[in-house]
Design a protein around this ligand. Structure first.
Ligand code: DX5
Ligand code: ZN
Length: 235
């Protein structure tokens, strides 16, 4: 089974936990990733920022390659960069299993998603808190993941924007109506309480940075993100 089938199958039973390495120890990133894996993380979320699309600079492909060597779980690489089309191949070569690209970046979203798929990585689109779902409706059929930002991208530790819950519900409905296949991921301000709201709305994958890494024992927050699906919305 490939990465996508494993994630899809797991998501039928429970939500997936994706700790964000942005809140790991930058001096020992591989160790932080390993600790998250040992504590039961399903994926490692890697926030790539270019200082142009967002006002912060983080990791390039070489860091992704180092993380790839450190863990066996998939790398969920979130590109917060101005030209994701120019760098997608480099991140996939480095070991990105999932590559999500912003609707708001300067590129042909459909083309980039198709290229990511052709390179055998899992493609996803990301929407900022002020971007509506209808702006990406025409590309949903090419998405294996739709990532809903619940903070404005750039930094960890921000407050969850509750309004985005509506978008999760809308994406659940659109998936059902059109027989689409994407998993719904949420990113930003996720903690024990906000995760519950996202799960009830239908989120399949939960990214959490501060909430996971501020704990000494990563297993406690990671376990709390892995919740059995009661009303399975993903079918
Ligand atoms: C924000 C990033 C998030 C960030 C989340 O730009 O995309 O992935 O790491 O951090 P927390 O969970 O602390 O809000
Ligand atoms: Zn992210």
């Amino acid at each position: 089974m490939n990465v996508w089938n494993i994630l899809q199958n797991t998501a039928k039973d429970r939500t997936l936990a994706a700790p964000s390495i942005l809140s790991g120890d930058f001096g020992y990133l591989s160790d932080s990733a390993k600790k998250a894996e040992q504590a039961g993380a399903d994926l490692i979320h890697v926030d790539v920022m270019d200082g142009s699309f967002v006002p912060n600079i983080t990791f390039g492909p070489d860091v992704v390659a180092a993380l790839k060597k450190a863990v066996n779980i998939p790398l969920d690489v979130h590109l917060m960069i101005s030209r994701p089309d120019k760098y997608a191949a480099k991140f996939i070569e480095a070991g990105a299993d999932i590559l999500t690209v912003h609707k708001e970046s300067d590129h042909d979203v459909k083309k980039t998603l198709m290229e990511i798929k052709e390179m055998n990585a899992v493609p996803g689109v990301v929407i900022n808190p002020d971007t509506e779902v209808n702006t990406v409706e025409d590309v949903l059929q090419y998405c294996s993941i739709v990532l809903v930002m619940s903070v404005f991208p750039g930094f960890g530790g921000q407050k969850f924007i509750i309004d985005v819950i509506k978008k999760i519900e809308l994406l659940v409905n659109l998936r059902k109506k059109n027989n689409y296949n994407y998993l719904i991921e949420i990113d930003g301000g996720i903690n024990e309480e906000t995760s519950k709201k996202a799960i009830i709305a239908g989120a399949d994958m939960l990214v959490a940075g501060t909430y996971v890494f501020k704990n000494q024992d990563l297993k406690i927050p990671i376990d709390s993100l892995k919740t059995p699906k009661i009303n399975t919305t993903y079918a």
